[in-house]
Design a protein around this ligand. Structure first.
Ligand code: PLP
Length: 363
């Protein structure tokens, strides 16, 4: 599969090159040149498939440079934890993506990315540095996923005082090939510094730099898998085509959900639920996309003022706002609503949901 820059159609890369470059040289993101459709036979067999077999089927059309048997080994090693679909009632199901080592759903993408990267590097004997900006969860998952992997060093930039103490410990205490940098600023400042480093020709000529943020295609592709896995599990409970709601920050998760639909996953439509960092809900309402500084909320992993991945969704729909509105309903949830929803979930279902999850449910 060829990946191309959103802005420059003839800037094209293989999966491996897109993986290592992270961001296209023109500063925009890589997107798959087309979205592969999965076979009806496979889609009909979903309830009998496993997470790992779905993983191979979904990832291999994008990643033809890795033989299926090697891809399967990478997937089994990356997802060595369960991803169950919890049933609250006949209407509401939750895909629990938090059973990985750092307890954030980003383990799913980060561990896959670490697997494919070390696969290529082991064959080439070269070194790369990964630069990653985090509001908490990404840094933990990437640091943990890449810890002790040969040929890779990781630099994590995190905003001072804006991650949880546990996350700060997860990022700063590994040592070894993981370097943590505490930035006096917000997540957006961290992300800007990463982007700046990538556009610095002198720096890039000295070091092989890449990123492990969800802008990297190697984070995005594995996330598509669990939307098929959700369908596979849902079909054991009930018939019908679901609406998928995704608590959204940088919009990687939602982009993967939408890609899954284009690949044949039966989904009616999507709810993109943000906290008060509501650039996307505002865009779908008004038609203008206005990035702005992020504000801190209880769902801190979603405090993103300039959601990068949304450009991929716009590209997918040919920048046609009405088509996007047809598939995606976007809504913002305040901190007050977040707290009320946590309480409601507990009182109604006895389920303790975190502030990110409930933004999706409230949406
Ligand atoms: C990162 C994160 C999100 C936001 O995901 P995006 O793909 O950036 O939209 C939501 N919830 C949790 C717990 C996260 O760690």
């Amino acid at each position: 599969m060829t990946f191309r820059s959103i802005h420059t159609a003839n800037l094209q890369r293989t999966f491996k090159d897109a993986l290592f470059e992270g961001i296209a040289p023109d500063g925009s993101l890589f997107i798959p040149e087309k979205i592969p459709a999965l076979s009806p036979a496979f889609l009909n067999s979903l309830p009998t498939q496993s997470l790992h077999s779905i993983g191979v089927e979904v990832c291999s059309p994008f990643i033809d440079e890795i033989p299926k048997t090697d891809l399967e080994a990478i997937i089994k090693n990356a997802w060595n934890f369960p991803i169950p679909l919890a049933r609250l009632n006949d209407q509401i199901y939750l895909l629990e993506l938090f059973h990985g080592p750092t307890l954030a759903f980003k383990d799913v993408g980060a561990r896959f990315m670490a697997g494919v990267m070390s696969y290529f590097l082991a064959r080439e004997q070269r070194e790369v540095s990964i630069l990653v900006a985090t509001s908490g969860d990404t840094g933990s998952a990437v640091a943990n996923g890449f810890f002790n992997i040969p040929h890779i060093s990781v630099v994590v930039l995190y905003p001072s005082g804006k991650t949880s103490p546990l996350q700060e410990q997860q990022i700063t205490t590994l040592g070894g090939n993981i370097t943590a940098i505490e930035v006096a600023g917000t997540f957006d400042d961290c992300q800007r510094m990463v982007k700046q480093a990538f556009s610095d020709a002198e720096l890039r000529s000295k070091r092989s730099l890449t990123t492990a943020n969800s802008i990297n295609v190697a984070r995005l592709i594995p996330q598509i898998v669990y939307y098929f896995w959700a369908t596979a599990q849902l079909q054991k409970f009930r018939k019908g085509i679901p609406i998928v709601t995704a608590p959204s920050g940088n919009f990687g998760n939602l982009t993967a959900a939408v890609y899954s639909k284009w690949m044949g996953n039966p989904v009616q439509s999507f709810i993109a639920a943000t906290n008060v960092n509501d650039v996307v809900p505002e865009y779908l309402r008004s038609g203008t996309f206005t990035p702005r500084p992020s504000v801190q909320t209880y769902s801190n992993a979603m405090d993103v003022g300039d959601p990068s991945n949304f450009a991929r969704i716009q590209a997918l729909y040919g920048n046609d706002l009405d088509k996007i509105r047809n598939d995606i309903y976007a809504v913002r949830i305040t901190d007050e609503e977040t707290v009320a929803e946590i309480r409601r979930m507990y009182e109604k279902f006895g389920y303790i949901a975190d502030p990110h999850t409930v933004v999706g449910i409230a949406g």
